[in-house]
Design a protein around this ligand. Sequence first.
Ligand code: ADP
Ligand code: MG
Length: 253
Amino acid sequence: MTTTIAVANQKGGVAKTTTVASLGTALGELKQRVLLVDLDPQGSLTFSLGIDPEDLDVTVADVLLGTSLAEDAIVITDDGLHLLPSNLSLGSAEEQLVGRTGREQRLRVALDKVAADYDWILLDCPPALGVLTVGALSAADSVLIPIQAETLAHRGVGQLLDTIHDVRQFINSKLTVMGVLPTMYDGRTTHAQNVVRAIGETYELPVITPPIPRTIRFAEAPAYGRSILDTATTHKGADAYRQVAAAMLAAQG
Ligand code: ADP
Ligand code: MG
C-alpha cells in the first residue's frame, strides 16, 4: 500500500521542503521505498538533494503536460532517494495548464502509474494555493501542514483548510489532514508552546509531535548539496524528523 502525503502551506519559509527531504530520508533509513516530488518551480528540493535543477531535461513539468511519463522523469539521488524533480520550467507549465483538461488530476494520474513501486510518496508544494498545490491535494491521502510557531503563523491556515475542504468535496473525498507540524520551534519559550496549542485548538487539528527544533544545521545542509539528515546524522532537528517518521510508519500499520 502506498501512502501519499502533501506537505502544504501557502506561506513560504515554513520548512515544507526541509520536511519533505528530512522525512523522506528518515523513512528511507527505515527501509521504506520513498518517492519525493518537487512541485515548486524554484526547485529547492531538487537542489537540496544534490541535483542541479537547470541540468535536467525531463522534470515534473513534462509529466504534468503529458509529454513524459513519471517513470522517465524520476531520478535517483546520491543518497538513494527517488525524486521527481522540478525546475523553472514548472512555472510556464503551470501557466499552460490553465484551461487544460484535468489539470488538477494530472499528478494523481501520473503517480498512480508508479505508486506500486513506493511505500510513501511525499509532495513538496509551492508557496501558493494554485493549480500545483490543488493537484497535490488531489493526489494525496493526507496533508501535513508545517507551521512556524510565531504569532501570525496561523494566518492562512484557514484559507488552506478551505482549499482542502473544496478538494475533499469536489475532487478527492478520501483526503485527510494528518496535522500541523511545528517547525523552527524554540521550546524554551512558552510563547511558542502557546501559539502551537492555539493553532491546534482554533482549527481542531492534531499537533504532530515532537516539534522540530530550530537548528542552524538545516540552514547549512543545502550548501553542501547533500541531503539534510546525511550531513549531520545526529543533530536534534534530524532526530525529531526521525521520530515523526517512525510514528508515521507505526500509524500506517
Ligand atoms: P519552505 O519550503 O516552506 O519555503 P524551507 O524548507 O525551504 O521552507 O525552509 C526555509 C528556510 O528555513 C531554509 O533556509 C531552511 O534551511 C531553514 N530551516 C528549515 N527548518 C529549519 C529548522 N528546524 N531550524 C532552522 N532553520 C530551518
Ligand atoms: Mg519549499
